[in-house]
Every structure is written in structure tokens, then in C-alpha cells.
Ligand binder design. Structure first.
Ligand SMILES: CC(C)(COP(=O)(O)OP(=O)(O)OC[C@H]1O[C@@H](n2cnc3c(N)ncnc32)[C@H](O)[C@@H]1OP(=O)(O)O)[C@@H](O)C(=O)NCCC(=O)NCCS
Length: 241
């Protein structure tokens, strides 16, 4: 019988679960967030090559911002892991429990001496559906109220990668790993909708390469928290084939 955490692997020294990216990125793992990520999060989320493309993190990104987000997301990860550990697969005929989130989302580069450096994050959440005219419309409340594992839940994703690592195929590999290893089999994710600034070709490509299709470019004009004016939001959909 597979482990309750399947297909997460577990670090034998720390007991921390993780997913490993396939070669040639197998020096990168995806783990739960850690409170010790504060400094790396502040460094990356104050980097204009990263944060100029994001809509939600405050700028400047202060220690208090990092601490409060990491407190929240480590609690979420701990709760999912506790839920998985409490499961008794024998009672469900050997099938693995479906859960409402992914406990691993922090990308870490592992050096030859074992040192791990936070280089990014890829996080799935239920979509809040802010745009009118989307192909499939459901209220935010209705989407939030659906039971864990409901295949009609509409999911969205947010991601960032350290600018030192852009353009090497890392996020494409990380997103694919997270979807195929966890989101599809262990969360029953079947429908997703993501938004990127229209000029953010790299972000759109990460999703398109997984099978997302562009629905439209909404003509919103948005000023980012760093003061950059972004014209147009690209909406992309994915449905499990
Ligand atoms: C968007 C982001 C996560 C992409 O991660 P990445 O690891 O650099 O992306 P990849 O190397 O996997 O490249 C994905 C695709 O985008 C293309 N690409 C990468 N950088 C590009 C650029 N500056 N302009 C155009 N295309 C680009 C790649 O060629 C690749 O497409 P291909 O395989 O068809 O050639 C990363 O650039 C980032 O963190 N940006 C800042 C934050 C952000 O934009 N987050 C997403 C918010 S919606």
C-alpha cells in the first residue's frame, strides 16, 4: 500500500515531505513553506524583476509582511499534512484521501553540500473569479463552498521565481510536477483559470505548455504596487483532458 503522503517523498533527516523536479532540474525540490524563509522571501519580493509582475504582494515587502504570510501558509500546510496522516486508507478500500490543498509549494535549490535556498513559490487556491465574461461563471462564494474533491471547483495559481533563475525552464517543470503529482491525483483539480498581465509572456507560456488556452485579454489598466502601469489581463483556462 502506498504511503499516506504518496507521491511526496520524505526527507529522512528532517521528516519534511517534498516533491523533486525531474532531470535536468532534479536539484530543485518543492517543500512546505518554513518560517525561516522570511529573509529570502523579502529579498525576492523586493526584486523589481519579480514583483513588477505580481498583483498581490505589498511593496516594499517588509519583514512583517513575510512573517504574517509565512505564519498563515505554514499553518495551512501543517493542517493538510495532519489531515493526510490521520487518514486510514484501509477504511476507504485502499484509495488515497483527496485533500483541499497542496502542502508543498516552496521551490528550493539544493546545493551539493545539501544547503537549500528558497528560489520560488507556486501556489494553488480556489479562484475568486473577478472578471466578468469568463467562460464559466460561478460566484466566489459558491466556488469557496464546494466540498473538497468536487471536480467543478475552479482553481487558480500564483507563482514567482528568483530573477537569478528566470528563463531556464524551472517554473514550467515545477508547475507540471505540482499538477501531475499532486493537484490532479490528490486534490482532484479538473478546472483552472489563471490571469497574467498581458505583457507577461513567460508566465502565459508556463501555463500554455501545460495545456491552458487563452480565453481573452481583458482591457483592464492596473497600476502595480511598484507603480508600473499594466495594460490588459490575459485570462487562460485549463480543463483536465
Ligand atoms: C513567470 C515566471 C514564473 C516564469 O518562470 P521561468 O522559470 O522563468 O519560466 P520558464 O523558463 O519555464 O519559461 C517559460 C516559457 O516562457 C518563455 N520565456 C521566459 N522568459 C521570457 C521572456 N522574458 N519573454 C518571453 N518569453 C519568455 C520561455 O522561452 C518558455 O517558453 P518556451 O518553452 O516556449 O520557449 C518567472 O519569469 C517569474 O517569476 N517572473 C516574475 C513573477 C511572475 O511573473 N509571476 C507570474 C505572475 S502571473
Amino acid at each position: 500500500m502506498p504511503s499516506k503522503l504518496h507521491p511526496l517523498q520524505v526527507n529522512p533527516t528532517t521528516g519534511e515531505p517534498y516533491l523533486r523536479l525531474p532531470s535536468p532540474h532534479d536539484n530543485i525540490i518543492i517543500t512546505p513553506p518554513r518560517m525561516s524563509d522570511v529573509d529570502a522571501a523579502m529579498r525576492n519580493l523586493n526584486d523589481r524583476k519579480v514583483v513588477d509582475w505580481l498583483s498581490s504582494p505589498p511593496y516594499p515587502y517588509l519583514q512583517s509582511h513575510a512573517e504574517s504570510r509565512l505564519t498563515m501558509v505554514t499553518k495551512e500546510s501543517d493542517a493538510i499534512l495532519a489531515d493526510l496522516e490521520a487518514d486510514d486508507p484501509e477504511q476507504s478500500g485502499g484509495s488515497l484521501k483527496i485533500v483541499g490543498a497542496c502542502p508543498v509549494h516552496a521551490l528550493r535549490e539544493v546545493a551539493e553540500d545539501g544547503t537549500e535556498t528558497l528560489i520560488g513559490d507556486v501556489h494553488l487556491r480556489r479562484c475568486a473569479l473577478v472578471h466578468e465574461g469568463a467562460e464559466q461563471t460561478v460566484s466566489c462564494e459558491e466556488n469557496a463552498a464546494r466540498a473538497v474533491g468536487d471536480p467543478s471547483i475552479i482553481w487558480c495559481a500564483g507563482d514567482w521565481l528568483a530573477s537569478s533563475h528566470h528563463g531556464r525552464g524551472i517554473m514550467s517543470a515545477a508547475f507540471r510536477t505540482l499538477m501531475t503529482d499532486w493537484a490532479i491525483p490528490r486534490m482532484n483539480v479538473r478546472v483552472m483559470r489563471v490571469e497574467t498581465y498581458a505583457e507577461n509572456v513567460a508566465s502565459a507560456r508556463v501555463f500554455e505548455k501545460f495545456g491552458f488556452v487563452q480565453e481573452c485579454i481583458a482591457d483592464d489598466v492596473i497600476v502595480t504596487n511598484t507603480g508600473v502601469v499594466r495594460r490588459g489581463i490575459r485570462l487562460l483556462w485549463w480543463k483536465h483532458p
